[in-house]
Design a protein around this ligand. Sequence first.
Ligand code: SF4
Length: 267
Amino acid sequence: MKIKVAKCAGFCFGVKRAINIAENALKELRPGDKIYSLGPIIHNPQVVEELFKEGLQVISSLEKIKGGTAIISSHGAPLKVAGDIRKKGMKLIDATCPFVKYAQNIVKDLKKEGYGIVIVGDSAHPEVKALKSIAGKNKNLKKIGVISQTTQSRENYINEIKKILSEDFSEVKIFNTICNDTSKRQLATRRLLEDCDLMIVVGGKNSANTKRLWQICKESGVDSFHIETELEVSKNWFRGKKRIGITSGASTPDSMVKKIIERIRRF
Ligand code: SF4
């Protein structure tokens, strides 16, 4: 049985950066100081748990929080949040990924120029919620600008663009805001699928880019499993399989992929 790992596995740039920002802030923590992350700083529960042990508490709202430092996660936060943090006199650290910021800036510019804004993505995801807060209510339904969540699959985005172009808009501006890491990871996963009879996708069950990778794997027809840790790997999956592929989301540490390989080898 051969095991191959997709090229581009390991943390992406934005995730590495957010973890570094959090770790540096934790190092500077003095006794009695509190530091909070607004939602998980990245979508990987095991990494978030490690940071929690170092002192980073995840909160979903600022309501009951008094003082301390608040970190905006790699996905960004709705406009109002930064204002609320400052109003409470808290220190603000912004770990929004620069690629997410780039999409946010496009939305700001489109709004200024009077375009209605269409965001292709998961409306419940924090990145999209933040983009929607910047876009506000769409007033112009003739002239629109289209962007995608940074972790969309190219195919989904292209399909949505086709639908939009078949509508009666007088002007449509389209931006490719899918981040490079996402595109490369999806491509590497597709390449690996051509040479596998079983694929394991590693990453947070709450991670949008990992879910996209899993969707790609399922659509390919290759038997695929989405797991977060090595403890979920089952011996039964490998009966009759010869070529195992492993791909991982942007917030999955290399160490987790190694643990999974070790466990498969023990079988
Ligand atoms: S997947 Fe892309 S947009 Fe998301 S954090 Fe990583 S580099 Fe940034």
